[in-house]
Design a protein around this ligand. Structure first.
Ligand SMILES: [Zn+2]
Ligand SMILES: [Zn+2]
Length: 270
């Protein structure tokens, strides 16, 4: 029987936090956050940009820390100030930085968002087109906007280089199936650990594992044991534990599968 070496085992266990905002964490320095994550075997972090300034910071983190990758994009909360000037800034960042692994977060947010829907859609479309142009995936933010999100996904899903993930997945089984049918991935946060997140748990239990990966959205959405507190990338372990529990699998199997999925999806080459 072939026994796996300690190194193989170690490699198998590690997790990736595919969506965090290091620049928004208040109670710890980025270095502390990254070290704590490494201590919990969360070996890589994808820092997500949500406005122009945040995207620039995201790139700075990726340059400074070996195990941090960046996305650049503008969240629907900031869609009203998005124009050709902003798209050019994002495009230049992409051209200059190899550690940018996606465009986003971009999409629709209809929860208490004063930005008109048409503005959100325009900003989202421009970023999808930018991602396609540079063969990068899109990190989609969808809050209370499933119908419009699916319409946009369908509009672009036949494009050869369209690749997307619905981050912080919050829909039901029907919506998840329709997104996956279009080739879109889904990603779960600490919300998966909330006792009342019944529909989300059902999606996580049933949908194909090869379409799933994990994130924290730190500093937001801390998992149940830390609920209401500041969230950190190391806590993606709670999300992995919950997914393992829901699917009746080992933590290690979940870690290996979700890490593999994220590695391939974002082209991390790790
Ligand atoms: Zn988001
Ligand atoms: Zn986010």
């Amino acid at each position: 029987m072939k026994t796996s070496s300690a190194k193989d085992l170690d490699k198998k266990h590690f997790l990736i936090d595919t969506h965090a905002h290091l620049d928004m964490i208040k109670d710890k320095t980025p270095k502390e956050v990254i070290n704590d994550a490494a201590g919990a075997n969360v070996r890589y972090i994808i820092n997500t940009g949500s406005d122009i300034e945040g995207s620039m910071k995201s790139v700075q983190f990726a340059k400074k820390y070996e195990n941090v990758f960046a996305t650049v994009g503008v969240h629907p909360h900031h869609a009203d100030t998005f124009s050709s000037k902003e798209i050019l800034v994002l495009e230049n960042l992409i051209k200059e930085n190899k550690k940018i692994v996606a465009v986003g977060e971009a999409g629709f947010d209809y929860f208490k968002n004063p930005v008109p829907k048409a503005e959100q859609e325009r900003t989202f479309a421009l970023q999808i087109e930018l991602a396609i142009k540079y063969r990068l995936p899109v990190v989609i933010h969808d809050r209370e906007a499933h119908e419009d999100t699916l319409r946009m996904i369908k509009k672009y899903s036949s494009e050869k280089n369209f690749k997307a993930v619905l981050h912080c997945f919050s829909g039901d089984l029907d919506f998840a199936s329709k997104c996956i049918e279009e080739g879109v991935f889904i990603s779960f946060t600490g919300v998966l650990t909330f006792p009342n997140a019944k529909a989300t748990k059902e999606v996580a239990k049933i949908m194909p594992l090869e379409k799933i990966f994990l994130e924290t959205d730190a500093p937001f959405l801390a998992p149940q044991p830390k609920r209401g507190k500041e969230n950190y990338p190391s806590y993606v372990t709670y999300v992995a534990h919950e997914l393992a529990l829901l699917r009746g699998m080992d933590f290690d199997e979940i870690a290996a599968a979700t890490t593999k999925n994220a590695n391939l999806f974002f082209g991390l080459n790790i």
